[in-house]
Design a protein around this ligand. Structure first.
Ligand code: AMP
Ligand code: GLY
Length: 417
């Protein structure tokens, strides 16, 4: 099977790594990719948001399957453009990707499907915003309706900050605050059958102890030793299957990766958000534990044959990933700094720990930073403690001027295990 992956982050590196280890994959391409992905896949430059360019590249390469990684191309209809060329594609249509592209649309689908989520109001004027903030009280939760790369949500005790965020957006969803731990659960679906993966937890705040601003994600781990073993079945039944059924009923079936961001509240599981693609950095730890070769799973979803697939096989091991970010992330990150120590990780920590590249590019013989989140250092071990130790040992070998990372990824869960 010849596979083309669209995207350039650590998620795409994790996807490409797993696909490169799959004996059924005879050729692997990534567009546009990054310095690390170039070591496992052949890179091609492309504007990932341009459906015409992506489908032309897929045709030219003669691939059997296109995997679209990030949300922006999905929302822009890149999967539709590939499907129109009769090439199998893993990733939802633009219509179905609105589940991530519009928070208001997601709320509407959840209401219709009876999926438990935070009560909310969609607001477009300052008066509506004030009324909604008043109705729920502090802490205030204000979400930009559109795509905002994980940075469109403000959770604050400060009503002025809540108002200011609302006023900076065209349309917002103001919702009730959900307490309790968060879980990310991914499911692969062909629009009908839903196959949940293993749950993971990510760390959205920039600093240790969940302090600092929200980011795209600073680390993740899986499995969750503290979670109820029945959680996955419950979420399949109350969240994932009803949502997939509702989108099919509307004539816009969702095929691809459905990501449920959940809060485990004292009153039960609630959906915080849906995403229409693999999450980053959770993908890095979930795929580290998946034993079933990946290409066949993604192809079964793309071709609508998921019901025929054997049950997925999982490693008993734990996985931890730690994101190394550039100076000043999540503000305007500094880029162009050289990264060293990558060879030391490859020589001393592999195969238990490895580096997945996000914002990197090659400059001659050097690898330099090219984005906010630069690398995702992933490790496996017999338990979370061992996986953490291995991940942080590898992180300590990497040198990037001004870089930052959290030191407490999976620390609490490892202690409880
Ligand atoms: P989202 O982009 O919707 O995932 O939101 C980003 C982060 O904001 C989530 O991971 C939560 O930590 C937080 N958040 C979002 N919605 C709520 C809510 N209703 N209650 C509490 N925290 C929330
Ligand atoms: N891990 C959060 C996200 O991918 O949106």
């Amino acid at each position: 099977m010849k596979v083309l992956v669209i995207g350039s982050g650590a998620r795409e590196h994790a996807l490409c790594r797993s696909l490169s280890l799959d004996p059924d994959v005879t050729a692997l391409y990534c567009a546009p990719g990054n310095a690390g992905i170039g070591e496992v896949a052949e890179l091609h430059p492309v504007d990932a948001l341009d459906g015409g360019a992506v489908s032309a590249l897929a045709t030219e390469l003669g691939v059997d399957l296109v995997v679209v990684g990030p949300e922006a191309p999905l929302v822009a209809g890149v999967a539709d453009a590939v499907r129109e060329k009769d090439i199998a594609v893993f990733g939802p249509s633009a219509q179905a990707a609105r589940l991530e592209g519009s928070k208001a649309f997601a709320k509407d689908v959840m209401a219709a499907a009876g999926v438990p989520t935070a009560r909310s109001y969609v607001c477009t004027t300052p008066d509506e915003v004030d009324a909604a903030l008043d109705a729920f009280g502090a802490p205030y939760v204000v979400k930009d309706d559109g795509l905002a790369a994980g940075k469109g949500v403000v959770v604050t005790e400060d009503i002025e900050a809540a108002r200011a965020h609302a006023n900076s957006c065209e349309r917002v969803v103001v919702e009730e605050y959900l307490d309790g731990p968060e879980v990310s659960l991914f499911a692969i679906t062909d629009g009908d059958t839903v196959l949940p993966l293993q749950p993971a937890q990510d760390f959205k705040r920039a600093l240790d102890g969940d302090e600092g601003p929200n980011t795209g994600g600073m680390g993740a781990y899986s499995p969750l030793p503290w979670a109820d073993p029945k959680l996955v079945d419950e979420v399949l039944e109350t969240v994932l299957q009803p949502t997939v059924d509702e989108l099919r009923r509307r004539g816009t079936p969702f095929s691809g990766l459905l990501y449920a961001g959940l809060a485990i509240t004292s009153r039960g599981v609630r959906v915080i958000e849906f995403n229409a693609r693999f999450g980053d950095p959770e993908t890095q730890v979930v795929l580290a534990r998946l034993r079933t070769p990946l290409a066949g799973v993604l192809m079964a979803a793309a071709a609508g044959h998921l019901a025929d697939l054997e049950p997925l096989r999982w490693s008993e091991e734990s996985a931890v990933t730690v994101v190394v970010a550039s100076h000043n992330y999540p503000g305007t990150p500094r880029t162009g700094d050289p990264i060293t120590g990558l060879d030391e990780v490859a020589a001393q920590d592999a195969p238990h720990a490895y580096v997945l590249h996000a914002g990197t590019r090659r400059e001659g013989d050097a690898v330099v930073s090219a984005g906010g989140r630069v690398l995702s250092v992933t490790a496996t071990g017999k338990d979370l403690t061992q996986a953490r130790d291995r991940a942080y040992r590898a992180v300590s070998r990497i040198r990037l001027d001004g870089a930052q990372h959290r030191t407490d990824i999976a620390a609490e869960a490892a202690q409880d295990a």
